[in-house]
Design a binder for this molecule. Sequence first.
Ligand SMILES: [Fe+2]
Length: 349
Amino acid sequence: MSDQTKGAEPPVQLWTRDGFMGVFSVVTRSTYAPDYLSVEGPHAPRRAVLDRLIPDDRDSADALPTTVATSRLGVKLHVSGRRKPMPFVVRNVEADEIHFIQSGSVKFETDVGCITADEGDFVCIPRSIAYRYAPLGDTMRSLIVESPSALKLAPPAPTGMINVARDLEYAKVGPDIPAGSQTKLVLKAIDGENTVFTMPHDPLSLGMQLSESVPVWKLNLNKIQLLTYSPDGGPPSQFLSSSTGDVLLFNLSSRISNRPPIHVNADFDEVICYVRGPGVWGGCSEPGTLTWVPKGVIHHGPPENVPETYQAWLLETRATLRWTPQAIAASQLMETGEYGPHPSELHRS
Ligand SMILES: [Fe+2]
């Protein structure tokens, strides 16, 4: 399984706190540490292709996105695949949301204006901003990250990684949304118990923008510059962070670097979305492949230096994620070398 075990030097194993920011330990081993024969229990690495995670809102316009993973901290992942516009409005009263558009074009109408997002866009909808969205074509697929702690762009320097003036777009008021008629407004809370108001009007019917600041924005993954330490690469740098630092997002697309070390991330679960090629990233070749390595599970990860290039992003969270039964049923156990299906999956009938 491992090229590294065949090399002249024994594989190095790294253990780190606070991602790559805290104390660490490095040892060598005689074996390829990521190998495992089988696993029972919820804290096991998994992979899923978003196209095969059929969300409830694909066939039922009245449904909310389908939850992929939850956590005690309230960090959640959902998948959405609407074919029809939302016939209701949602306001998440306990979490900020990032909607990553894996495929299709999506028009968002919000409390602070409208914005149209395309493939590769991250759309940020902070806590208590009401919204609804609609696919502009026949279909769409998005991955939604929910964070109780406020999210903000946090590149390592104010300019450089993100050209804010050029590439960050904000929601705009207009064209006019009519006052409309009776509309359902769903308030989402961390406990998953939704509260539904029936409003006499469309809550997203706005007049004009008066403030300078607009809290809803979009940014495309391919506009986020990659940071690498020449010539060996080093760890990636986040472009977005929560105020408590327990949710971090990184551009993890192909870059000039050596392969990551065999590694135990003591404090963060790692969720990577392989967005698309043309290049293949280790065991991931299908657009919209989601991989999850829970904290404390030893892993290697495929080489990132792929000349054909690919796009991917990484969510690191201090939350301990638990996949839902629906997501487990649509996913596979993952080996943590190249992030392909675990060999035991081949024996499943
Ligand atoms: Fe890692």
